[in-house]
Design a binder for this molecule. Sequence first.
Ligand code: HCA
Length: 374
Amino acid sequence: MRKSVVEICDVTLRDGEQTPGVSFTCEEKKDIAEKLDAVGIEVIEAGFPSVSENEKRSVRAIAEMGLSARTCCLSRCVKSDLDAAIDCGVDLVSVFFATSDLHIRVKYKKNREEMLELALGMVDYANDHGLRVRFSAEEASRTDIGFLKEMYRRGAERGAAYSSFADTVGAMTPLEMYETVKELKKDLKNPLCVHCHNDMGFASANTITAAQAGAFQLHTTVNGIGERAGNASLEEVLVALRMNCGVDRYDLTGLTKLSKTVEKYSGICVSKTKAVVGEHAFAHESGIHIAALLKDRKTYEYFPPEMVGGEQKFILGKHTGRKGLEHILNSIGCDLTPEQVTWSLNRIKTISEGKCSITQDVLMSVIKRAKKEG
Ligand code: HCA
C-alpha cells in the first residue's frame, strides 16, 4: 500500500450548508467545528461571509474558537468578499472563479484572460492583507487543461499557497480524476486541493483517487451533504484513507456521533445503507453471513464498527439462519429446545415475508408461542 500524504479541509459549514433548505445557527456551526477538530481535521471551511451578517459572525466566531484546525472561508473575486474574509480573521481564503468556457461565457461578461487577471489581482489583495490563498477553479473538471495549468502557474507565482480543482457538477469518473491529477501535478508549484461533487455518485471515490494520484488537500462534508447530490463524504474518505492509503492519524471514533449531529442540525436524513454511518452499515441478516461473523468478524466486516463509533447489529428476518437465531436467543438468556428453535425460525421467516420487522416485542411473542407449540 502506498501511503498518501494528505490533509482534509472539511466544507460542511460552507458547501454542506449550501444544501437546499439547510441553515446552521452559529452555535450549531461551533458544535460541528469542535467535533471536526476532535477528529483531527486540519482545515475547517467555516462559511461564506458575504452571504449575510449572521454568516460573517459565525465564521468569525469559529476563527476565534482557538481550535487546532486552521479556518478557511470562501470568497468570490470581489474585493468586498475578501474584506469580509479579512474581518473574520480566518487563516486561509478560497479565492474562486469559474474557469470553464461555458461558465465564463454564461456568468461573466469577460474572456479567460480578463477573468484570470481579475482573479490574480484578488490573490495579491489577499496576500497583501496577510491571508493565505487557495486559488480555486470552480468547474475545473470541464475546463481546458492548458488554461487550468496556466491559472495555477500564475497563481503560484503570485503567492497562492494552494491550487484547487473543483469537479463542480460531479462530471468525472475515478479514472479520469486520477489521470487529470497526475497531469496537473507535473507542473504544479504548490499543493493541489480537490473538491468533488456527487452527481454521478463518485464524489468520495474521486477524492480518494485524487489522493492516490498526489492531491494533497481533500474537501469533504459530513454525511456527504451539499448541493444537489452532495459532496465527498468525510466518513467515507477518512475510512478509505485509514484502510487503503495508510493514513492513520485521525480519530475516527467520533464519526458516528458527528454524523448524527449533522443529521439533526441539517434535517437531512442519512440513508440506512449509507457507508460507515448508516443505520445498516454494520447490520447483518443473512444466515450465511452471521454464521461466518460469529467465527471471525473480518469475514463480512471490512473494518470494525468500533473504529468509527458504530456497532454491530444482527437483524432477524427472512434470511436468518439457525446459528444466528441461536446466538440471539443466547444473548437474551433464552433457552429453547431444538424443535422450538426450528418452529421460531420458520415463524420469523413467515412474519418477515409479510413485510413485518422482527422487533424485540415480535421476537418475544414468537418465543412465547414456540414454547407452547414447538
Ligand atoms: C461552488 C464553489 C465550489 C468550489 C469552491 C472551492 C464548487 O459553490 O460552486 O473550490 O473552494 O463546488 O465548485 O464549492
